[in-house]
Design a protein around this ligand. Sequence first.
Ligand code: COA
Length: 254
Amino acid sequence: MTSSACLIVEDRAGVRVLTMNRPDKRNALNNELTHALLAALQAADRDASVKALVLAGAGKAFCAGADINEFGGFVNSGDSANAAQAALDRAHLTTNLHRVFSQIGKPVIGAAQGYAMGGGAGLALACDMLVAGDSLKLGYPELKHGIVAAIVMANLVRQVGRKTAFELVSMGEPVDAQRALSLGLANRVVADDALIDTAVGIAERLASFDAPAMAATKRLFHRVADLPLQQALDASLDTNMMMRSFRQDRAKQS
Ligand code: COA
């Protein structure tokens, strides 16, 4: 997997660091960056040398969300049929990006400093763990633009209580790093200049574990989070038996 202008891809042993690289636009998600990020996450999942990922943003901000100018360009193009198709394509692309975090078997550690807004907040929450730089401001300003925090709502409502989730999407006020930590939206708060090293350190630790066991842990985690208790216990039993026989098969082969 190679870097593109908008997404830097670096391998540090088993950890792949993806850095959104539109710092002048606060890493706003245009189609090019969104496609590149989706492809990079899928490629990392296929690459046996990658055991864990870090997602970061270059410059002052993690990510300012959807590229408002590009989106406005579709809508104001005067061609309503093409604009509708472009909006639909964009919505599917964004949904696929938010979906892929929970579909891939490798853990993704977010490293977020400065603004993480709208879709950028969504990316931070889509990561399996989040390290916040002390400058983090994470929020959902969509209503201020007359639009809805739609695709990002699914993860948000699963990660904080309903009252807090509603407050975040309705008031549009960002939370700082310490509040994100206290709400359980971040795992650690560190100084901005320690952000990448801390996230890579966590990713290296996860990368040191057995890859199939990590993938099974992540898959089960996402399944049980959304299932009623009895079905969640059944899914857990399935994984337990599957991993037991997997380990026995491997022991016989070695
Ligand atoms: N889409 C497109 N461009 C964006 C952007 C976005 N979501 N967010 C920032 N940019 C661009 C600005 O247009 C500006 O470009 P320019 O220098 O060519 O004029 C550049 O990034 C820097 O923005 P600026 O506002 O000067 O940076 P800041 O550090 O003072 O503030 C934000 C950062 C994120 C608080 C502010 O840019 C902002 O509120 N952006 C919109 C966030 C948003 O509403 N996201 C949800 C979209 S649905």
